[in-house]
Ligand binder design. Structure first.
Ligand SMILES: Nc1ncnc2c1ncn2[C@@H]1O[C@H](COP(=O)(O)OP(=O)(O)OP(=O)(O)O)[C@@H](O)[C@H]1O
Length: 363
């Protein structure tokens, strides 16, 4: 497996790109650690597949370099890059047996026969496919066929990295979590460098040690699931991760106080007044809702209650603070009477953003 470095990489599908908006990938520098399990997460059209195809060599970037263990492979064709790629839909040989399908990538590399047999048995066992080995692929379900694709991606030991492009899209939801944990177990066992593309936050957060969040052609944060939750580096990460996403409220800051309209909110750190678009971000999990009137002395600010939704695992209060919509997750025993209430925020979990980027305050 290899470490992958992207140096001032950018890509435009246009022949003569004029400005940033013409780039599907804006200039980026990034390192993918050898043996890392990464999820590449972002909404449709943010550039995930473009980035993956540049790493695999299916696409040559308009600028910058791709390095595998310090070797520049930007101009190297996919076959010579030693990358395994698993796509959304099964890529297998229907007329071959499952065993032959799994053996194929190894035969191609002239791996000795005893090694092929051992490796295929190991991967089939890890994917719970041992009994299917003698069967023709043609007669299998879509799920089983995609498992063969995963197996073909995982079977080689000499790949620089394994790239997965939304590989569980066609898989039955019941099987999804099972396959995800099998992939994770295989990662622990073999230490593959894995990049797993998805637009599904649950899939990303359960699979990866490190999540790379993309938005509009840019990597806006690389972090552990906890970091993305606790300290979203960009307001987009706040919206995109979490359900409901982070509340983002326009404010001004001065010292340890943020002001949203006439309401004052305490901050854990001190901030100099800032120009530009200043906002505070607080997750619905860190908003406490109290009866109206639990006001100034307890740090609460008045809100209007526009609704309470029961989503099964918890209830969500929909509120308006100085006219701005926001949400709070309610503990089981919380009661809301009428259409007004007071909210307070846990200062340690209030983030401040300037022009969408998180800024650090002074201790
Ligand atoms: N071959 C192409 N020619 C021109 N534009 C393209 C091409 N492929 C992708 N794009 C554009 O580049 C941008 C990024 O697309 P990309 O497929 O990389 O996004 P994605 O995050 O993988 O989306 P999805 O999850 O829908 O696959 C989009 O605006 C898309 O329309």
């Amino acid at each position: 497996m290899a470490r992958i470095d992207l140096r001032t990489l950018a890509h435009s599908y246009r022949p003569n790109p004029a400005g940033r908006a013409d780039y599907a990938l804006k200039p980026m520098d990034m390192t993918w650690r050898d043996g890392g399990a990464y999820a590449l997460l972002g909404p449709s059209g943010c550039g995930k597949t473009t980035l993956l195809n540049i790493i695999s060599g299916l696409l040559v970037p308009s600028q910058g370099q791709v390095l595998f263990d310090d070797e520049d492979v930007t101009a190297v064709i996919p076959e010579d890059r030693n990358i395994a790629q698993v796509f959304q839909f099964p890529v297998i040989y229907d007329t071959m047996t499952v065993r032959q399908n799994l053996e194929f990538p190894l035969r191609n590399r002239r791996v000795p026969e005893p090694e092929i047999a051992a490796r295929v048995a190991e991967i089939a066992e890890a994917l719970h496919m041992t009994e299917d080995l003698p069967r023709k692929a043609r007669g299998l379900t879509a799920d089983a066929k995609q498992k063969i694709s995963l197996g073909r991606g995982l079977v080689r030991q000499d790949t620089a990295a394994i790239l997965f492009d939304e590989p569980l899209t066609v898989i039955d939801p019941h099987l999804k979590w099972q396959l995800r944990s099998q992939l994770k177990a295989l990662h622990r066992r073999y230490d593959f460098t894995m990049i797993y593309v998805t637009h599904d936050q649950t899939e990303a957060l359960t699979f990866a040690d490190s999540v790379v969040v993309m938005h509009d052609g840019e990597v806006v944060q690389v972090g552990t699931p906890e970091e993305l939750f606790e300290r979203p580096a960009h307001t987009f990460v706040g919206y995109f991760i979490g359900s409901p996403g982070m509340n983002v409220l326009p404010c001004t800051v001065d010292g340890r106080t943020a002001r949203v309209g006439a309401s004052e909110i305490a901050l854990a750190r001190a901030y100099a007044p800032r120009n530009g678009k200043v906002e505070l971000g607080v997750r619905p999990e860190f908003v406490r809702v109290a009866p109206a009137g639990a006001g100034a002395e307890s740090g609460g600010v008045p809100v209007r209650v526009t609704g309470v939704e029961d989503v099964g695992r918890y209830r969500i209060a929909r509120l308006r603070l100085e006219g701005h919509p926001m949400a709070a997750i309610l503990p089981d025993d919380a009661r809301i009477d009428g259409d007004t209430a007071a909210v307070s925020f846990d200062p340690a979990h209030v983030n401040v953003y300037v022009d969408d980027h998180r800024v650090e305050g002074e201790a």
